[in-house]
Design a protein around this ligand. Structure first.
Ligand code: 6GU
Length: 248
């Protein structure tokens, strides 16, 4: 997969893209991340990328010219490449959206800055708009890193075989069960016995139930759509009799 990122701050991406799993994915040529400085697509000697809004008011608006020229140059003649504007006005990014984006061989991400981008960028080149949540960031760069990270780990071969992305919390529609490693007892806190006994069916059942328990306590909204067996539905009904979800 190739992801082109249009930004005024390409250096912001250096750390996150050159460590750990994203680094390895690029080395294995499963992922190509290309950064493009929008300022390279300006035409004036000051390399201007923003201007004051028509109609007045505060702040600056990203000009249409450099952004649209950048998208067209980076996209080339290819059709059907999603051009995604990162903006708090976009649709909310979820695991489902990550899975959808991971099906494409190419993505182009535009990082918005300042108070916004000229509306004609949307009207000409943008095909999708994404927000990573209901809070305001100083720009789309951190959001683009979140999208790249979540999408990259879904590309076949990026995670080790034993770490298949299907088992993830959210992909299963549940939060994850509690994890333990050595030692078997630490500061008087013991690892649950079932995990030490090697009965894999019993371990699987315990993990499913603990995932359901945790989801009930922390994110009961997710249980509306989770795939549960009849037995697990009974377990959930029992939980619901015992305690109410934690409410914030
Ligand atoms: Cl994509 N951009 C900005 N500026 N703020 C955000 C966001 C994006 N998603 C959540 N907040």
């Amino acid at each position: 997969m190739q992801i082109d990122i249009l930004t005024l701050f390409p250096a912001m991406f250096e750390g996150p893209f050159s460590e750990s799993i994203l680094k390895r994915a690029q080395e294995k040529q499963l992922l190509s991340l290309r950064l493009h400085d929008i300022r390279n697509y300006t035409t004036d000697k000051h390399r201007t990328v923003d201007d004051t809004p028509y109609g007045g008011g505060g702040g600056m608006v990203m000009m249409p010219g450099p952004l649209i020229e950048a998208v067209e140059a980076v996209r080339g003649p290819e059709r059907g490449v999603p051009v995604i504007l990162l903006t708090p006005q976009g649709r909310i990014f979820t695991q489902r959206v990550a899975q959808e984006l991971a099906q494409h061989p190419r993505l182009i991400l535009i990082c918005g800055r300042y108070e916004g981008v000229d509306e004609r960028v949307r009207q000409t080149v943008v095909t999708d708009e994404i927000s990573i949540g209901d809070y305001v960031l100083t720009g789309g760069e951190l959001a683009a890193m979140v999208v790249v990270d979540a999408v990259a780990r879904l590309i076949p071969g990026v995670l080790g075989a034993r770490w298949a992305a299907e088992e993830d919390s959210h992909a299963m529609g549940l939060l994850e069960y509690p994890h333990y490693t050595r030692p078997p007892e630490y500061r008087g806190l013991a690892v649950p016995d079932v995990l030490l006994r090697g009965d894999h069916a019993a371990i699987e059942r315990w993990r499913r139930r603990e995932a359901i328990r945790r989801t009930w306590q922390r994110r009961p909204d997710l249980l509306l759509t989770a795939q549960l067996s009849d037995d697990e539905r009974w377990f959930l009904a029992e939980l619901a009799e015992q305690d109410a979800p934690m409410l914030v």
